[in-house]
Design a protein. Structure first.
Length: 389
């Protein structure tokens, strides 16, 4: 057998996916490791896809997405995210992950440095490394509400720094950046001639009703912000794989070109489902958001009563909880928790060096399972009774 590609072999498999696979073999497991909504895709979205398939929308589409969907997305971005985005700036992708990968592909040269948050969204350092870039982590502190510090960011910038990646509302921390901070980050990138890649896939999942999402592109006067969004969590459409990027025209053109060698085009049926999501009733979407807000409140209350330390999330479907691993690695702790307590969580080691000492709890599960899982987690932190302890 001939040698495999070094970069592909060196890419570590996600620990979350390892736990996902193991938990799937145990039907009674409390599944808190992934952000898989407990709700089915709303019926009007499924019906829209079915009608589109019956009408013949089953062939190839344009590399960058259907014109009709991009026009609807232009209106959505203006209404929800607060800035104008011509359809030509919008590129539809098979999920937000593809939009992120293609953006790195389009903008990174070998040796370029990318500033990445920790605790931060999994897979970003893997993407950067796979494409020949160099991840440089900036730490988010619980004492600061897991918000980035522009002064500390500036100290990390070198002549090789090409891009700053930010994520708000944030996976895994749940932080929602205030408007003033977002403006500072855009200005920082302007001063140092950096691209700003802003992952805003949870833009409509702000759980703290006193918080508000602010898009980076609202302050972009130099065409250096690329924003990424997704239908997965907001509309309970994880398996439909529809995301999109909003980018300056030269970058959008390049993203469309990169779709061809990667996957030709996003699924036409999924795009028609996305159109149905945007055109359909908002009641099912509001109902899901209300449920997530109730789950957040119950999770905070249960964790606090159980003696667990946390920073209350303002948005997304996640909450970081401090844990005592009794000397084990974060991954081993999570494996033992699954085996002994029947609870599957995401170990903090997935989220970079800043994730040490935390596990991520998904608020996408049913409320009773979230609260019971947190009680069992508290037991595991108090007692050295887990397998391998």
């Amino acid at each position: 057998m001939r040698r495999l590609a070094d970069q592909a072999v060196s890419l570590a498999r996600s620990e979350i996916r390892v736990l996902f696979d193991r938990a799937a073999t145990r039907p009674d497991t409390i599944r808190l490791e992934v952000g898989e909504p407990s709700f089915p895709t709303p019926e009007h979205i499924v019906a829209g896809a079915h009608a589109a398939a019956r009408a013949g929308w089953t062939g190839y589409g344009p590399n960058g997405g259907l014109d009709s969907l991009r026009e609807l997305l232009s209106a959505k971005v203006e209404e929800v995210d607060g800035y104008a985005a011509h359809p030509d700036r919008i590129v539809v992708t098979p999920g937000g992950m593809n939009a992120l990968f293609s953006t790195y592909f389009a903008l990174l040269n070998p040796g370029d440095e990318v500033l990445l948050p920790t605790p931060g969204f999994p897979n970003m350092d893997g993407m950067v490394s796979l494409l020949g870039g160099r991840p440089v982590f900036y730490h988010l502190e619980a004492s600061d509400g897991f918000l980035p510090d522009p002064e500390r960011l500036q100290a990390l910038i070198t002549d090789r720094t090409t891009m700053l990646f930010v994520n708000t509302p944030s996976n895994p921390t749940g932080s929602v950046f205030p408007a003033g901070l977002m403006r500072e980050l855009v200005e920082l990138c302007n001063r140092h001639d950096l691209w700003l890649l802003s992952d805003e896939v949870y833009d409509e999942l702000v759980l703290d009703e006193t918080a508000h999402h602010t898009a980076a592109a609202r302050y972009d006067e130099a065409d250096r912000v690329i924003s990424v969004y997704s239908f997965s969590k907001v509309y309970a459409m994880t398996g439909w794989r529809v995301g999109y990027a909003v980018a300056p025209p030269p970058v959008a053109d390049l993203l469309r070109k990169l779709q061809e060698p990667q996957l030709s085009c996003p699924s036409t049926i999924s795009q028609k489902a996305a159109e149905a999501a945007l055109l359909g009733p908002r009641e099912p979407i509001r109902a899901m958001l209300d449920a997530y807000r109730r789950r957040r409140a119950a999770a905070i209350r249960t964790a606090t009563e159980a003696g667990l330390e946390l920073v209350a999330p303002a948005g997304t479907l996640y909450m970081l909880v401090e844990v005592d691993t009794h000397g084990r690695s974060m991954f081993q702790f999570a494996l033992d928790l699954l085996e002994d307590q029947g609870v599957s969580v995401a170990p903090g080691s997935v989220f970079g060096p800043g994730g040490d000492g935390y596990v991520r709890i998904s608020l996408a599960a049913d409320r009773d399972r979230i609260t019971e899982g947190l009680r069992r987690l508290a037991v595991a932190c108090r007692e050295r009774t887990l397998v391998g302890a």
